[in-house]
Design a protein around this ligand. Structure first.
Ligand code: ZLM
Ligand code: CA
Ligand code: ZN
Length: 393
């Protein structure tokens, strides 16, 4: 009916858990799991489920979570309950265990279930890839890149990406991790700091004193001490406010192209945080749905097994547009879908405009000033090229 057909010999799998989407971080907290429901409903409205294998993902088990996280942390995460009466001055609470319970990482009902479902989807996606049953596996409920082994951070409690990459490493010699969330992918970078089997690349807004998490400078490339094999295997692309589709596309293609050539990964894990889009509540960039999607298209063109994760994204209508367009790219139907949102799309009025590709003017009124001089972007490409001289496949 939708005109979307499944190309023979090319498999995309889609992993989600509707239970995960029902959790709430709190009324005014920027992270809204409901954005996953909005995204899925747009994806389904376009009829894309007929061109993919669709799975309701399991919750990850304790043992699976413990492949990365400490048991002390998991035990605490499994037992903490939200405070019956909201504390005042919660920001100032001096003794947050494992950084849990502050305003970024609040305790809420069903927290452990939410975390294990996010990780379960990511792990299911990775396993579909390693079983050779999918060419691209999608887990929009994952991508929580800040979580550390024994610490919650920046809305992330469990690092589903690290857990999924550890699964990929059981089958593949080398995995490339790419992160287009507007924030630095510090948790994933740190987890693989001492191995040369994972190369991590994050593109992010960098302003150490004013933008979370403050890490990810151009020359932070992995500890260079004591013959660390992971030295030089962290790539950071620090950016300023207002970067455009054209600039991002140039940077992404030239950097990821060079890395794939040199590092020769056997699989790619791509975190598609949608807070790098223009008009995001927390983000600062001027990316449009097309520019964000171009990163997915470029990774797909590398012809390697690919896992797509979600991540940030705080303006739900834009998150839904980006992840819908990116699902269409995974399937390969991006040129055949209408740029007008389907008439029967649930919550259609949430989208404000009826297009999948709103213009910057529609999104922002007037675009944010671009603070990325071309000369600086060239320096970044140059630095990465020089860094890659130390990398051997
Ligand atoms: N304050 N409420 C990105 C993670 C970004 C740390 C400054 C909290 C917020 C933010 C929380 C309702 C990913 C910081 C911020 C105010 C210390 C961040 C609760 C608004 C609210 O209204 C809010 C009471 C909250 C949090 C804004 N927090 C904006 N930016 C960052 C974390 C996660 O996208 O990369 C992946 C999913 N935190 O800047 C503070 C330093 C806490
Ligand atoms: Ca990033
Ligand atoms: Zn983010």
């Amino acid at each position: 009916e939708s005109g979307i057909t499944r190309p023979k010999g090319y498999n995309v799998s889609f992993h989600c858990n509707p239970e995960m989407e029902k959790h709430h971080f709190g009324m005014t907290h920027p992270m809204k799991p409901w954005r996953l429901t909005l995204s899925k409903s747009l994806i389904y409205s376009y009829g894309m489920s007929f061109a993919m294998d669709n799975y309701i993902s399991r919750a990850a088990t304790y043992e699976e979570l413990a492949s990365f996280h400490s048991t002390d942390y998991l035990d605490f995460l499994g037992t903490v309950l939200p405070e019956p009466v909201p504390r005042d001055l919660e920001n100032q609470n001096p003794d947050l265990k494992f950084n849990l319970g502050g305003s970024d990482c609040p305790l809420f009902d069903g927290l452990y279930d939410y975390c294990s479902m996010s990780a379960g989807g990511a792990l299911d996606a990775a396993r579909k890839i390693t079983a050779n049953q999918s060419d691209i596996a999608i887990a929009w409920g994952g991508g929580l890149h800040h979580a550390k082994r024994a610490e919650a951070s920046g809305f992330c409690y469990i690092n589903d990406i690290v857990i999924a990459i550890l699964e990929l490493l059981r089958f593949y010699p080398r995995v490339l991790y790419v992160d287009i969330d507007v924030h630095h992918g510090d948790g994933v970078e740190e987890a693989f700091f001492s191995t040369d089997r994972v190369m991590t690349v994050s593109f992010h807004k960098y302003d150490p004193n004013n933008f979370f998490p403050g890490t990810g400078a151009l020359d932070d490339n992995g500890p260079k001490n004591e013959h660390n094999p992971g030295a030089h295997h962290a790539v950071n692309v620090p950016l300023n406010d207002g970067i455009t589709d054209e600039q991002y596309d140039m940077l992404f293609n030239s950097i990821i192209g060079k890395i794939v050539e040199k590092f020769r990964p056997s699989a790619i894990a791509l975190q598609c945080g949608a807070d790098s889009l223009a008009g995001d509540r927390l983000g600062r960039f001027n990316l449009q749905v097309q520019g964000h999607g171009a990163c997915v298209e470029f990774c797909k063109k590398m012809g390697l097994p690919l896992v797509l994760f979600g991540g940030g994204g705080y303006t739900p209508r834009n998150v839904a547009r980006a992840w819908t367009y990116e699902t269409s790219i995974a399937i390969g139907c991006q040129d055949n879908i209408s740029s007008v949102l389907p008439q029967h799309t649930p919550w259609r009025d949430q989208f404000r405009q009826d297009t999948l590709f709103p213009t910057l003017e529609q999104i922002l009124g007037e675009p944010r000033q671009n603070r990325n001089p071309q000369k600086r972007l060239q320096e970044i490409v140059q630095h990465v090229s020089e860094q890659l001289r130390f990398v051997q496949a």
